[in-house]
Design a protein around this ligand. Structure first.
Ligand SMILES: NC(=O)c1ccc[n+]([C@@H]2O[C@H](COP(=O)([O-])OP(=O)(O)OC[C@H]3O[C@@H](n4cnc5c(N)ncnc54)[C@H](O)[C@@H]3O)[C@@H](O)[C@H]2O)c1
Length: 458
């Protein structure tokens, strides 16, 4: 079949895979190829067991794979063939040198840019899909256009706003798609080509065009605002615990104010995931590098509050379990950073498992999708941890349960049965406020929820 355009995506991760699957399914005349340096990942994308779990992803990929969606490791070849290249490689926080602990590590992005340059025999549009610091496109532009030939590689910013766990629904029906292009004839024309792709299914009024720098900064700012709301409600949750106000009642009351809105007002053990912390620290670093100390400190406090909330959760567990959890079995319900994903990157559960292990608790971790990743995250603690998919078995003989991920599964368990199988007095720490606390208390549990008065049997 003769395709209208060849699209390539470099990076077959949580963003590259689902995003390209959606583009391929909505644009049957475009050939979409996704490449990655990780051969195992590509093998999995081509198999029955995709490398990531996302509701609806399996069906979507299997419908179009090998029709106009392809997964490959032959990056150089596909760069040569591509008209449009999305770059969706990871941009983690730098762990070394200047900016360590805050700045984005751009080594994967830069390597990709150089590889694109080395293999390009014609002009192309290069799309920043990865989240990058403001003005990263400028640096990329310099690298990509160092050859003195007639090839022009135009950089366009198109940050991704999907949320893991609802990625397919978000991609199918996005609040907005943002496309940042340079305000030059080449930039404007490249921007239009990207608009054309999304116009296949996204209403035109939801496709927002801006300059490149606004687009880059909007992505960092969106994540910073979302995380800030979580830290804000979590800060109030601590006050609720001291005053017997109820965080769900407070969240409901303030969320009815149309200026505030009801979303992202649920108190919890803290936010996780590969993006919020990394992107805020990136914003902090950029602000610092422009001498904007107050701006940097303001955003850094969002991350600090989150870390404090995680620590507070552990301290609460220890102090309420008679100041010692040494030798006590504790079942963690959930390890993924949120429900409906197997992703555990920066999950609060990692920090909490480590904190409880330091107190010498015996930990059993249960999660429907994230156990493989949990094992990798805690690989240095193998002998101290048991992994058990079945929550009933995980809770057997435990002194306490800590709910760390808001999986629906945990709402509807037979807690009477669980209670009977636990050591008495039995404790439950609901780090996501998803359980029926009154019912659990009536069954005999000591119940501790975030931002609520404790319900103790003694
Ligand atoms: N995960 C999310 O929910 C999300 C949402 C929006 C934006 N983002 C941003 O999107 C980007 C990608 O995130 P992700 O979660 O998909 O990361 P990921 O780690 O899941 O995937 C990145 C992939 O890029 C591959 N890669 C790295 N260097 C490569 C190279 N030179 N050639 C080919 N492949 C290469 C890696 O092997 C990996 O498979 C990040 O900048 C992230 O901040 C992520």
């Amino acid at each position: 079949m003769n395709f209208k355009k060849n699209i390539l995506c470099i990076g077959a991760g949580y963003v590259g895979g689902p995003t390209m699957a959606m583009i391929a399914s909505k644009c049957p005349l475009y050939k979409v190829t996704v490449v990655d340096i990780n051969k195992d990942k590509i093998r999995e994308w081509n198999s029955d067991n995709l490398p990531i779990y996302e509701p609806g992803l399996d069906e979507l990929v299997k419908k179009i794979r090998d029709k106009n969606l392809f997964f490959s490791t032959e990056t150089d070849k596909h760069i040569r063939e591509a008209d449009i290249i999305f770059v969706s490689v990871n941009t983690p926080t730098k762990t070394f040198g200047q900016g360590a602990g805050k700045a984005a590590d751009l080594q994967y992005w830069e390597k990709t840019a150089r590889q694109i340059l080395a293999n390009s025999t014609g002009s192309k549009i290069i799309v920043e899909k990865s989240t990058l610091p403001v003005r990263a496109a400028e640096a990329m532009d310099r690298i990509l256009n160092t050859k003195n030939d007639n090839i022009h590689l135009e950089v366009v910013s198109n940050p991704e706003f999907l949320s893991e766990g609802t990625a397919i629904a978000d991609l199918e029906n996005p609040d907005r798609v943002l496309i940042g292009a340079k305000q030059t004839p080449e930039g404007i024309s490249a921007g239009k080509e990207i608009v054309e792709i999304y116009s296949h299914w996204v209403p035109r009024e939801r496709i927002v065009e801006s300059n490149v720098w606004s687009s880059e900064l909007s992505k960092l700012t969106a994540n910073a605002f979302l995380a800030q709301r979580i830290s804000s409600i979590n800060s109030i949750s601590a006050l609720c615990e001291k005053t017997e106000a109820d965080i769900d009642e407070v969240g409901h009351a303030i969320g009815m104010d149309s200026r505030i809105g009801p979303k992202f007002l649920k108190a919890s053990v803290g936010f996780g995931g590969s993006c919020f912390k990394k992107d805020i620290l990136n914003l902090v670093y950029i602000s610092q590098s422009y001498g904007l100390t107050e701006v940097a400190e303001y955003w850094e406090s969002v991350v600090n509050l989150n870390e404090w909330q995680e620590r507070r959760f552990i301290q609460n567990m220890v102090s309420n379990m008679f100041n010692t959890i040494a030798g006590k079995k504790i079942a963690l319900f959930g390890f993924a950073f949120k429900s409906n994903t197997g992703d555990t990157r920066d999950s609060p559960a990692i920090y909490i498992a480590r904190g409880l292990a330091e107190e010498k608790a015996q930990i059993t971790i249960s999660d429907p999708e994230a156990l493989a990743n949990a094992k990798k995250d805690l690989s240095d603690m193998e002998e101290n941890i048991i992994y058990e998919r079945d929550p009933y078995k995980a809770a057997e003989g435990a002194h306490a349960i800590a709910v760390l991920t808001e999986w629906d599964l945990y709402r509807n368990l037979d807690y009477k049965r669980i209670m009977r199988s636990m050591v008495q007095p039995a404790f439950i720490f609901d780090g996501r406020n998803i359980l029926d606390h009154k019912k659990l208390f009536d069954l005999g549990f000591n119940v501790f929820a975030v931002g609520k008065a404790p319900m103790k049997q003694f």
